[in-house]
Design a protein. Structure first.
Length: 191
């Protein structure tokens, strides 16, 4: 992928996100809808667009350990082991998040997060200096689209910006989801 094209798309997406907008973008798994994870109004726009109840929380993407430490009070040791050993994208649900929009935090005071290395997402978060909300690009209850072209027109038209990368690439599988508690309970939610 052309670094200049990635840089241009990072710039365009950042400009929208910085003004409280929401974007449609390729992740390391499926196409996602995202915004600044600290902006409660932008998070609400995503819930509204997806017709999703707020009790069904969304995840955030992060680009490294520093961001992870800025969002969670404490990270269980097993989380680092899972992240180091995982050979596919893995979302961890962790206890007691901080410094994110309140409407992202689940009723049990948890938040799902995934570390990503995918160049567009990584560089966008580097520019934002904040986590990026990520939720599948579908109306709540509908199946997750496999390609950009399967995304419902209401989603495409409902975002403030569509990232112009990977429109012809098929998505990989959604991430594994593992819930970890500070008292060392591990629950696999999705393999």
């Amino acid at each position: 992928m052309d670094p200049k094209l990635i840089a241009a798309e990072v710039h365009n997406a950042y400009e929208v996100i910085a003004k409280g907008g929401i974007i449609l973008y390729p992740t390391d798994t499926v196409w996602g809808i995202g915004c600044d994870a600290t902006n409660e109004a932008a998070v609400q726009k995503i819930y509204d667009l997806k017709q999703r109840v707020e009790t069904k929380s969304m995840i955030v993407l992060m680009n490294g350990d520093r961001m992870l430490h800025s969002v969670f009070h404490s990270i269980p040791e097993v989380a680092w082991q899972i992240l180091d050993l995982s050979d596919k994208p893995t979302t961890l649900i962790l206890d007691h998040p901080k410094n994110v929009a309140q409407n992202l935090i689940a009723a049990d005071d948890t938040l799902g997060m995934r570390l990503v290395k995918e160049p567009f997402c990584y560089k966008l978060m580097e520019r934002m200096k904040r986590p990026l909300v990520s939720t599948s690009a579908n109306i709540s209850g509908a199946s997750t689209p496999n390609t950009y072209h399967q995304i419902h027109p209401d989603i495409v038209q409902g975002v403030d910006y569509v990232v112009q990368l990977h429109h012809d690439r098929a998505a990989s599988k959604p991430s594994t989801i593992i819930k970890l508690t500070l008292d060392a309970q591990v629950t696999v939610i999705r393999k």
